[in-house]
Ligand binder design. Structure first.
Ligand code: DC
Length: 231
């Protein structure tokens, strides 16, 4: 009999984690959870409340206000996956701007925020049967996950992917700005004190710099099927 497992997909930004995770969840009939969206939604909240800007970060005030942040994923039948709602409002679009991307790593470095979101993520995964992507899923959120993938790709390749994505959406950005954001986030995410981005010792590393989205998916799907059938 097939086993129901937990799949943790971690890695650098713009490595295609969420595309692969979404596809895999659909294929397996599992739930998909985008934890980056949760950190992004908290960032949007901080921006709306004036706790963070280019010039300051009122961290203590944000921490005091955390109890007023309600995050929920609600399944959207039309697109086939769940969208994040911040205090009852669908913010799926607003959280993908470069402005949010520029602040999110600072927000994600705050321990009180991580604690709140990790608790919520662990509750979402308590019955297994989910694919969760992020930075600390295999190391902190689900250290016992049956399959852990660590996705990498060169910064240049990742910046090109993100740049093309934004241009296609109609955003006006320069490649240099996007590359800077990728490099800045890599630095903050890998060097923060709490739960830095690091490959779990038992994770399978997958460098997809030279792979297509389909090839990346095939690799991950094969690993998932091995775990599900052999366990
Ligand atoms: O996957 P993403 O680019 O949407 O994530 C946005 C930011 O959130 C990323 O720069 C790091 C942070 N993050 C995190 O610290 N831990 C997670 N589990 C997911 C995201």
């Amino acid at each position: 009999m097939n086993k129901i497992i937990t799949i943790a997909i971690d890695g650098f930004s713009s490595t295609g984690k969420s595309t692969v995770a979404k596809h895999l969840a659909k294929e397996l009939g599992y739930v998909y959870v985008d934890t980056g969206a949760m950190y992004r939604a908290v960032t949007l909240f901080a921006m709306q409340k004036g706790y963070i800007s280019k010039d300051y970060f009122k961290k203590d005030q944000l921490v005091l206000d955390l109890k007023n942040i309600d995050l929920h994923f609600i399944f959207n039948q039309d697109i086939g996956f769940a969208e994040i709602h911040l205090n009852g409002v669908n913010v799926e679009k607003e959280i993908r701007t470069l402005e949010v991307s520029n602040f999110v790593s600072n927000i994600a470095a705050v321990s009180e925020i991580r604690k709140k979101l990790v608790e919520q993520q662990q509750i979402m995964g308590k019955n297994k049967g989910l694919v969760m992507d992020g930075r600390d899923i295999g190391t902190v959120v689900f250290p016992d996950a049956e399959l852990k993938i660590f996705m990498t790709a060169s910064p240049d390749e990742r910046a090109h992917r993100r740049y093309n994505e934004m241009i296609n959406k109609g955003d006006k950005v320069s490649y240099e700005t996007v590359l800077k954001n990728v490099n800045d986030r890599d630095r903050i995410d890998t060097t923060r004190k709490d739960s830095p981005l690091v490959k779990a010792s038992d994770a399978v590393e997958l460098d997809n710099s030279d792979l297509t989205v389909e090839e990346t998916f095939e690799n991950v799907n094969k690993l998932a099927l091995e775990r599900i059938v052999n366990n």
